[in-house]
Write a protein that binds this ligand. Structure first.
Ligand SMILES: *Cc1c(COP(=O)(O)O)cnc(C)c1O
Length: 376
């Protein structure tokens, strides 16, 4: 029994409780380690099937998946893409690098997701696509978005990195739109360490994505008519990914339990806002367990996170909104944008340890320390 300080609780630890080891050994025993190995196809097919999609194209990470999706949809110069201000930079970056313009909308103060009414307000003759990004485990309200897509003949790109295994009114998240994208980073519900996927039902988009992912190789080899990227996933990564998809239902169940335990433990703290447990269209899968500090705490996220760290608990801040990114301001983008909800979330929001490997006793300690800081 040690008398030292209690162990540091990391913000995320993945778990490997399925066939990961067996499949990885199979790669090594068969010498298949590159993207040519059989697990890549198996993973793509199994993942696409689990999301109710026809085609899956695996890539190196979720950012690449967005680059690939934007290019494959033919989004480019003069096009506008409506997306949330409150998201990861990859979403806006993929659009900007394609030569198109992101048009930002604010978050709903309760679900933290992009607001469909603001999406409707920002449609112009230049709007080519809507990029939906489900945030932190709760989906965007899709019905009004689907209506807008239909009515205006727009393309729909769904970034489902944070809602793997989630549904919207009995429809699987990741099955919406012309293309959906995924990340398999270590903290996502399905992980390959680094990795990503693009899903579609359109055979033409499947063909274009496969070509762009692999340097647009064609016959005869090494003579190219267009430029792509090397975004290939390795057989080793796909082996882990396949084992992870096989357990997705259990993962989602565990995440929901984690979320419910936090909510039960923290409900008594009036100074913080907890994530919404459910809406009329979905039950939260808590990709992360986001917490927003109320004004009465007199603290913004960085100060609060420092206090947590001093007590041996790791955490991460919320996204910083796209219109407040120095790099985009420098480019002259979003100068007149104001998205007060996203701005507030960015300053007041953080998430405590909420990975799959978080043990019950660790979670209890997080809850106790949150009480000590806020109530003590
Ligand atoms: C994680 C994430 C990404 C980026 O994925 P990487 O694999 O880290 O490149 C993109 N979009 C969203 C919404 C994410 O949460």
């Amino acid at each position: 029994m040690s008398n030292g300080p209690p162990a540091f609780i990391p913000v995320n630890t993945p778990v490997f409780e399925g066939n990961e080891r067996r499949y990885l050994n199979e790669c090594i025993d068969t010498w298949w380690i590159s993207s040519e190995g059989p697990f890549v196809r198996r993973f793509e097919e199994e993942f696409a099937r689990s999301m109710g999609r026809r085609f899956g194209i695996s890539v190196s990470n979720g950012t690449d998946a967005l680059y690939l999706a934007v290019r494959a949809l033919g989004i480019g110069k003069g096009d506008e893409v409506i997306m949330p201000a409150f998201t990861i930079i990859s979403c806006a970056q993929a659009v900007i690098e394609a030569g198109a313009l992101p048009v930002l909308v604010d978050s709903d103060p309760v679900t933290w997701n992009m607001r469909p009414d603001q999406v409707a307000d920002r449609i112009t003759s230049r709007t080519k696509a809507i990029m939906v990004v489900h945030i932190y485990g709760l989906p965007v309200d899709m019905d009004p978005i689907l209506e807008l897509v239909d009515k205006h003949g727009l393309l729909l790109l769904e970034d489902n990195a944070e809602c793997i295994g989630q549904s919207y009114r009995n429809r699987v998240c990741g099955s919406f739109g012309h293309i959906s994208t995924f990340s398999f980073y270590a903290n996502k519900h399905v992980t390959t360490g680094e990795g990503g996927m693009v899903l579609t039902d359109d055979p033409e988009l499947d063909k274009v994505c496969r070509s762009l992912r692999n340097l647009c190789f064609e016959d005869p080899r090494f003579r190219h008519r267009s430029l792509g990227w090397n975004m290939r996933l390795t057989n080793l990564q796909a082996a882990v990914g396949l084992a992870q998809v096989e357990r997705l239902e259990i993962t989602v169940q565990k995440k929901r339990e984690m979320g419910r335990r936090y909510t039960a433990g923290l409900r008594g703290l009036d100074a913080i806002t907890l994530p919404l447990e459910s809406t009329d269209y979905a039950e939260n899968v808590y990709w992360v367990y986001g917490i927003v500090l109320g004004d009465e705490t007199g603290m913004e996220a960085p100060a609060f996170m420092k206090r947590l760290r001093e007590r041996g608990i790791d955490s991460r801040p919320f996204f910083w909104p796209m219109h407040e990114q120095p790099v985009f301001r420098e480019m002259g983008l979003f100068i007149h944008d104001s998205h007060p909800v996203a701005e507030r979330l960015a300053r007041r929001g953080f998430y405590p340890p909420s990975g799959l490997g978080l043990k019950e006793e660790e979670q209890n300690r997080v809850i106790v320390e949150l009480y000590r800081i806020l109530d003590g």
